[in-house]
Design a protein around this ligand. Structure first.
Ligand code: MN
Length: 240
């Protein structure tokens, strides 16, 4: 397989700094072993940016599957807090995809950033949000229709930087030519719904155009948070 990818991270319309981080930046084409990731930091002042960038860099530099990578991200954030206790309380989400040569995708995930698969025009969320609202919906105590306006919608129940042993969700998928994978922060999904993402991704738009359209849609809907998106389009390797 070959992977054509594009990414963007945008401050949005209301925030005064961007606490999200993304890898890789820009756009390009990659073969197997390609890693893409989104992190959404928290912690006030510059701490959120420190956490998301530290976790992302450590996860990308580590070799292997998604679990050791996400754990490395966790240790990087915890190590910095140990060295600089004034940063205590910072944390970050991390949603990372390892794209293999044969189309195997392995996702490691902590927090409320998301991975989606768009296949044959239909969108499917691959990750489960580690958020209070998602847990209330799963336990039947909250109607999904009331989630968007819920006062605790930004409260997450799992993050990197909080404890030594973080529980990492792993999701595996076998990708096919024509598939598109989206990794994004909640600044996208709190502004537009899955149907909007599906519509933007279902056309023939290249990843760069799709990323720009997603960021624009989130900003047009209010841009209440930082918006970060990676779009990966899967194609046959012409050399096979
Ligand atoms: Mn966010």
């Amino acid at each position: 397989m070959i992977y054509r990818w594009a990414s963007s991270t945008d401050i949005g319309r209301l925030r005064d700094h961007n606490e999200d981080a993304v890898h890789p930046s820009g756009h390009g084409t990659a073969g197997g072993g390609f890693v893409a990731a989104v992190a959404d930091g928290m912690g006030g002042h510059v701490a959120g940016e420190v956490a998301s960038n530290l976790a992302l860099e450590a996860a990308v530099e580590t070799t292997g599957g998604p679990v050791p990578r996400v754990r490395a991200g966790n240790w990087a954030v915890m190590g910095r807090i140990r060295d600089e206790p004034e940063l205590s309380g910072m944390g970050t989400t991390l949603t990372l995809g390892v794209f293999g040569e044969d189309g195997d995708l392995a996702i490691g995930h902590v927090g409320d950033s998301r991975a989606y698969l768009i296949r044959e025009g239909r969108i499917r969320q691959l990750t489960r949000d580690h958020s209070l609202v998602a847990e209330l919906i799963e336990s039947g105590r909250l109607d999904p229709a009331d989630a968007a306006g819920h006062p605790f919608r930004s409260v997450i129940t799992r993050a990197l930087g909080l404890e030594q042993d973080v529980d990492v969700d792993v999701v595996e998928e076998r990708l096919a030519p024509g598939d598109r994978v989206v990794l994004c922060s909640d600044g996208l999904t709190s502004m537009i719904d899955d149907g909007d993402i599906e519509e933007i991704l279902s056309g023939s738009a290249d990843p760069e155009t799709a990323v720009a359209a997603l960021v624009e849609a989130a900003n047009s809907a209010g841009g209440n948070d930082n918006i970060t998106v990676v779009v990966v389009a899967v194609a046959d390797d012409p050399e096979d």
